[in-house]
Design a protein around this ligand. Sequence first.
Ligand code: KIV
Ligand code: NA
Length: 275
Amino acid sequence: MKTKTDFFRMKQANEPIVMLTAYDFPSAKLAEAAGVDMILVGDSLGMVVLGYDSTIPVTVEEMIHHTKAVRRGAPNTFIVTDMPFMSYHLSMEEALRNAQRIMQQSGANAVKIEGADDVVNVIRALTKAGVPVISHLGLTPQSVGVLGGYKVQGKDAESARKLMEDAKLCEKAGAIALVLECVPKQIAAEITKQLTIPTIGIGAGDEVDGQVLVYHDVLGYGVDRVPKFVKKYANIQETISHALANYVADVKLRRFPEAAHAFTMKEEEWVALYG
Ligand code: KIV
Ligand code: NA
């Protein structure tokens, strides 16, 4: 399994880091087999798998439940689990306890938390306690209500300067990597240059140390509209819909099951019973 040391080495060697989300056993298995460097059990789970309309309802229990399945599917991949909405804000004690539960119960190798400001103290405390933390800046979906929607962040000089400052504070507090979501490529590139820790972009351009995408977006699976920054590599949804429609039709029209799908008793056994 790759570790923090490998990710730092990859940054230095200018070798792209590939991160992909996964939420269950089969997605994790396929992600590991494809050679992704780290798996993110993102709280996007709430939207793409659980059907919530934001990440806000997601709980620590749900993150643990899904991370356990991901670990079983990807035993040899570095797994990062999102700490969900408000699970690291109420008090330092509660933040530490929630991270403890995730680390001890789920098989995660690191946690990811959104924001800087007051969260910087949480990054420092978790790091001191031995919990590797990945920071997440730019568009931070847990703050969607405060941000006023899912919009590009850091577009003007002032907010880009704040983004740079926050990135440095997260690094200084001990974050082992930084996810940059939906920020202009120039500021993402500059942050990547000025930081020692690897940056992982999603909608942050190509001059970052790695990329992360949501599994279902990559596959075109269950998501009707994907954001501008996504590249869709398949249309699994179409394949699934087609297969399911055929299954339904086959049963209705008695084309399934066929003889090959059935089990039979030996003739003499049948005769002994009802012959
Ligand atoms: O929850 C998630 O999938 C994420 C990525 C989009 C970075 O946080
Ligand atoms: Na997330």
